[in-house]
Design a protein around this ligand. Structure first.
Ligand SMILES: Cc1cc2nc3c(=O)[nH]c(=O)nc-3n(C[C@H](O)[C@H](O)[C@H](O)COP(=O)(O)O)c2cc1C
Length: 270
């Protein structure tokens, strides 16, 4: 099992490749999940890429990243446990990126696979739709990385989280991140933004997902993702069974919240 102290991580995306850690005392953060990396570099989507709504943030970044080869040449040296995040546009790409990642896998305490990005045309969400093929993919990745702590990040679209969790466990993976953003549509000065919803609006959905999966699997490692903006939010996720609580879009709104939550968790949870 992965022990992170405090049980608080910075989620993939908002924290980039660890830049945010320069602004926070690392003793209050248990770990960081780097931005998703794909086989080839991605420029991401044209602007606008992010907007604020009432109780949510919507983004359509489109997985901008330098690609796995450039990433490996410049792996960030961070002072806290670091989890890589990998993604792909097809089954073959997930396998290829895993094979390349293998040579550096020991520099990370785990790897999270993004199976749920709503902002790319292929891969992303659609990868989990065909559950038989997805199960095969998880098995093949497990074979490529037999000793790595593998975490699947899923959303609530494409497949029920309960079913996704069963596939993750049956494939010998170690953990699941619940949940990724949910597809949304936002009008910004008359222009439509089609993107993924984060923030407080996502919290009840993520809480329910963690609750249901924890009931099924008492030993599965669960990272909570969705609307953690306060100490109370973090507590609620731990109460329904998350091992670790993730902070994502709150970093844009109130960067101090990470230290506040981290300090509380260290004092109360040890
Ligand atoms: C600007 C932005 C970029 C994101 N990029 C990624 C990403 O590269 N990989 C990923 O797995 N999730 C990504 N996410 C999703 C977050 O990791 C997180 O799962 C989601 O925002 C829900 O958490 P929150 O409500 O605390 O923000 C991104 C979210 C935002 C807001």
């Amino acid at each position: 099992m992965l022990e992170l102290s405090p049980p608080l991580v910075l989620l993939s995306g908002p924290t980039g490749f660890g830049e945010y850690l320069k602004l926070v005392d690392p003793k209050y953060v248990g770990g960081v999940i780097l931005k998703t990396v794909t086989l080839h570099p991605k420029k991401g989507n044209p602007t606008p890429r992010m907007a604020d709504g009432d109780f949510y943030v919507i983004n359509r970044i489109g997985l901008e990243n330098p690609g796995i080869h450039a990433f490996i040449r410049q792996i960030p040296q961070l002072s806290i446990p670091t989890i890589a995040s990998l993604g792909g546009d097809s089954f073959e790409e997930y396998l290829e990126v895993s094979r390349i990642f293998k040579e550096v896998s020991e520099r990370f305490c785990g790897v999270e696979y993004n199976f749920s990005c709503p902002n790319v045309k292929e891969g992303g969400l659609s990868i989990v739709e065909d559950t038989n093929r997805w199960k095969n993919l998880l098995n093949e990745i497990r074979t490529i990385l037999p000793n790595t702590f593998l975490i699947a990040k899923v959303g609530i679209e494409g497949v029920f989280v309960e079913k996704a969790a069963k596939i993750v466990v049956d494939s010998g993976w170690n953990g699941i991140t619940l949940v990724n953003t949910v597809r949304g549509l936002h009008f910004e000065r008359g222009h439509m933004i089609l993107g993924g919803l984060s923030g407080p609006l996502l919290k009840p959905i993520a809480l329910r997902a963690v609750y249901e999966v924890r009931k099924m699997y008492p030993d599965l490692f669960i990272i909570a993702s969705g609307g953690v903006y306060s100490v109370k939010d973090a507590e609620e996720f731990l109460n329904v069974g998350a091992n670790v609580v993730g902070v994502g879009s709150a970093l844009f709104k109130n960067p101090e919240i990470v230290e506040e939550i981290g300090r509380y968790l260290l004092e109360v949870k040890g």
